[in-house]
Design a protein around this ligand. Structure first.
Ligand code: NAD
Length: 480
């Protein structure tokens, strides 16, 4: 932990502030990823059984894209932005100047151990901070690879990796930080926020929850095929459902449910074959704790009776088949807790518009997906519900769009990042106001009289006619 103290000195010395240092670190991070792609993908295979292509698509490739975007735009992000000032304040200029926050702490979760550690780090470095990265102990191969590679590529005096579990997390949280950026579950998020309150440290909480997908009746076979490929990929193809942005459950018109289930089953077969267990394109459940947690969701007989596809488990291999459930009870755990695994409940409604009330009566989701060919339905859902984001006719891809912020609302978290939003999150946008001594109106100072009050009222009303009269010495007559 001595190293952590040294970061503070580095920041004080101003090393991290220059554009040259920031660009140098981002370029080195880019090299770390491109020169070690195979080793990184191997660690992800070891921790999560991620296929090399999935690992590249969801972690390495996304990060390379984000770093290039930051490098391309950094000068512009760092530049002061002129702010308008009303004529009444003449002669005055104003600007917004971003400054680094200082020493930041990044906690990441196990499902995207590189993506969720390094995507915030890109923002922290671009904004000129020093940073401690605390990867999740639940993905140990990835954590130790990060701990090995980061000192080889980045400035050791400014960026360090601290590995460990709860004890290390608690030790880190006792310290004072300038920002804590936490990705994980809401329960630990509360602990982080409580610890941060002691030092009045700001926090970003990237949490999870149940992200629904509203599926409207899709009459075209082609639309169904495309929508199903996107949903299967967002559920089973992204870390086997262990993703904050995965589709947690589906809301659908009861008349369309059986067609949708047939379509999903067909896509599952195309993607993963007759026996998905033999497929190398589906990640595995991270550990025994999560395997047993998911198995227990299925143990409720009311839930197991609702399985319409899959449902098989294999204790020796901690494997659960891609599973579809039709109308499990709404008070069962599978419908009250975030699933974070390969189980997909489908909830039928009399009318798809009822999905709005369904969503609004539950905690605000991180992501909301709508599959429809009716833009009026999509618009209605956007306007009448609240969620971290809405994606129409696709799922999870919003995470890759640099011009969109990623983050939650309500119980799914607060704060946002990606692209320029990351830079802003790790910066303080400092307002600068500059005035000259050339011109002064003493009516803003005591001793007070009615004329001065009227002058101040005219200033706030931007009433230039009255102001001119005041300056010409007609203050009292003009304002009474
Ligand atoms: N919004 C997002 O971007 C996002 C991304 C991925 C996961 N998630 C959410 O994260 C959750 C899954 O992650 P998890 O929580 O199982 O991950 P996790 O167990 O890896 O924990 C997350 C981080 O918290 C740290 N931690 C553990 N105990 C702690 C403590 N007592 N105090 C402080 N920190 C502690 C861990 O070391 C880790 O770095 C899900 O709810 C998921 O939706 C959100």
């Amino acid at each position: 932990m001595e190293e952590v103290e040294k970061l503070r000195d580095t920041f004080r010395r101003g090393t991290t502030r220059s554009a040259k240092w920031r660009k140098g670190q981002l370029t080195s991070l880019l090299k770390l990823l491109t020169q070690n792609e195979i080793e990184i993908c191997k660690a992800l295979q070891q921790d999560l059984g991620k296929h090399h292509i999935e690992a590249y698509r969801d972690e390495v490739g996304l990060l390379v894209k984000s770093i290039k975007h930051a490098l391309k735009n950094l000068n512009q992000w760092m530049a002061p932005v002129k702010a308008g000032v009303p004529l009444v304040a003449f002669p005055t200029s104003a600007a917004l100047v971003p400054e680094p926050l200082g020493n930041v702490l990044i906690f990441s979760s196990w499902n995207y151990p590189f993506g969720l550690s390094l995507e915030p780090l890109v923002g922290a470095l671009a904004a000129g901070n020093t940073a401690v990265v605390k990867p999740s102990e639940t993905s140990p191969a990835s954590s130790s690879l990060l701990a090995k590679l980061i000192p080889m590529y980045l400035d050791n005096k400014a960026i360090i990796v601290v590995e460990g579990g709860v004890v290390v997390c608690e030790q880190l949280l006792q310290r004072k930080w300038d920002l804590i950026f936490f990705t994980g579950n809401p329960k630990i998020g509360r602990l982080v926020m409580t610890a941060a309150a002691k030092h009045l440290t700001p926090v970003v909480l990237e949490l999870g929850g149940k992200s629904p997908a509203v599926v409207d009746t899709l009459s075209s076979y082609r639309d169904r095929k495309v929508a199903s490929a996107r949903m299967v990929s967002a559920k089973w193809g992204s870390c086997n459902g262990q993703a904050c942005a995965a589709v947690d459950y589906v809301l659908i018109d009861e008349k369309f449910a059986s067609t949708w289930i047939v379509t999903l089953k067909s896509t599952l077969k195309t993607f993963y074959g007759d026996d998905p267990k033999q497929s190398n394109a589906i990640s595995r459940i991270v550990n025994k704790h999560h395997y047993l947690r998911l198995k227990s969701l299925l143990a409720d007989p009311r839930v197991s009776n609702s399985v319409v596809h899959g449902g098989g488990v294999d204790d020796d291999n901690m494997y659960i088949e891609p599973t579809i459930l039709l109308d499990p009870p709404l008070d069962s755990e599978i419908m009250t807790e975030e699933i974070f695994g390969p189980l997909l409940p489908i909830i039928t409604l009399k009318r798809i518009e009822e999905s709005i009330e369904f969503i609004n009566s539950r905690p605000k989701p991180l992501c909301l997906y709508v599959f429809t060919s009716r833009s009026a339905l999509a618009d209605k859902i956007v306007v009448e519900t609240s969620s971290g984001s809405v994606t129409v006719n696709d799922a999870t891809v919003q995470y890759a769009v640099d011009s969109l912020p990623f983050g939650g609302v309500g119980q799914s978290g607060f704060g946002r990042y990606h692209g320029k939003f990351s830079f802003d999150t790790f910066s303080h946008t400092k307002p600068i106001l500059c005035r000259g001594f050339m011109f002064e109106v003493y009516s803003r100072y005591p001793p007070w009289n009615g004329s001065k009050l009227n002058f101040i009222k005219s200033v706030y009303a931007f009433n230039y006619w009255k102001l001119v009269l005041h300056l010409l010495g007609f203050g009292s007559s003009a304002t009474t």
